[in-house]
Ligand binder design. Structure first.
Ligand SMILES: NC(=O)c1ccc[n+]([C@@H]2O[C@H](COP(=O)([O-])OP(=O)(O)OC[C@H]3O[C@@H](n4cnc5c(N)ncnc54)[C@H](OP(=O)(O)O)[C@@H]3O)[C@@H](O)[C@H]2O)c1
Length: 216
C-alpha cells in the first residue's frame, strides 16, 4: 500500500456502512480521501475521529445523482488536492419493492443513484486521471460488478424499507461487517499495477475452537 500514501482517493457514500469503513482504512494508509455524501455532517464527524491518522478525510456534500453536484465535487478535488488516483463507487440504495410490485419512481431513484451516479463519477475521475496520465489509477465499484459483497451489516436494509419482522427472521444468519469489504479494497489496491480482478465476497463464517461453524 506504500505507493498510495499521499495520493488522492474519492469515496462516494462515505457517510455510512461500507463507504465509511473504506474511507477510514484509506486514511489510515496515508491517502487524501474525499468522502462524498448527502449527510456530510456524518463524514465530518468521522474526519474528526481520524485526525491523528497519517492521511486526511475531506468531507464534501454531494448527491451523486445530480450532475451539477458531481461536477462541483470533482472541480473541488482538482483545485484543492489535484488529480484523482482512486475512485471508489460505493454510494447506493436499494428498495424492498421488486419488479412485480415496485413503483417506477423507486426504480428511477435506484437507477439515478446506483447507475447514473456511478457513471458520472467514473467519467469525472477518468477525465481527471487523464490530465496527468495517471497510469495506475483504480476505479473500484462496490456493487454487483467489481467487488460484489454478500450481505453486510449496514444501514441499507432499514433504509430500503425491509420490514422489521423480516430483518428479525434473518438476524442469526452469518453476515459480514463493513470492515470486511474495506479490507478487500485494501487487498485490491495492494496488488501490483498489472493485476486486475473481480471479487465476490460471501458471508463470513465464524468457527468455534473445535472448528465447527458457529452462528454469529
Ligand atoms: N450491505 C450489503 O449487504 C451490501 C451488499 C452488496 C452490495 N452493497 C452495496 O454497497 C454499497 C454501500 O452499501 P451500505 O450497505 O454501506 O449502505 P448504507 O449503510 O445504507 O450506506 C449507503 C451510503 O450511500 C450513500 N448514498 C446514498 N444515496 C446517495 C446519493 N444520492 N448521493 C451520495 N451518496 C449517497 C449514503 O450517504 P447519504 O445518505 O449521506 O448521502 C451512505 O453513505 C451500496 O452500493 C450497496 O448496493 C451492500
Amino acid at each position: 500500500m506504500k505507493r498510495w500514501s499521499g495520493r488522492v482517493a474519492v469515496v462516494t457514500g462515505a457517510s455510512a456502512g461500507i463507504g465509511a469503513a473504506i474511507a477510514e482504512e484509506l486514511v489510515k494508509k496515508g491517502l487524501k480521501v474525499v468522502g462524498l455524501a448527502r449527510r456530510v455532517e456524518r463524514v465530518e464527524e468521522n474526519a474528526k475521529l481520524l485526525r491523528s491518522e497519517p492521511g486526511k478525510l475531506h468531507p464534501l456534500r454531494c448527491d451523486v445523482s445530480k450532475e451539477s453536484n458531481v461536477k462541483e465535487a470533482f472541480k473541488w478535488v482538482k483545485s484543492n488536492l489535484g488529480v484523482v488516483d482512486i475512485l471508489v463507487n460505493n454510494a447506493g440504495v436499494c428498495d424492498f419493492n421488486n419488479l412485480t410490485d415496485g413503483p417506477p419512481e423507486k426504480w428511477r431513484n435506484i437507477i439515478d443513484i446506483n447507475v447514473l451516479g456511478l457513471s458520472m463519477c467514473t467519467r469525472e475521475a477518468i477525465q481527471s486521471m487523464r490530465e496527468k496520465a495517471v497510469d495506475d489509477g483504480h476505479i473500484i465499484n462496490i456493487n454487483r460488478y467489481s467487488i460484489s459483497p454478500g450481505a453486510v451489516k449496514t444501514e441499507i436494509a432499514e433504509a430500503s424499507g425491509v420490514p422489521k419482522e423480516i430483518l428479525e427472521q434473518y438476524k442469526d444468519n452469518p453476515i459480514m461487517e463493513a470492515k470486511d469489504i474495506a479490507d478487500s479494497v485494501m487487498y485490491v489496491l495492494g496488488t501490483p499495477p498489472h493485476v486486475q480482478m473481480s471479487l465476490g465476497l460471501s458471508h463470513v463464517r465464524k468457527y468455534d475452537d473445535d472448528g465447527d461453524f458457529k452462528k454469529l
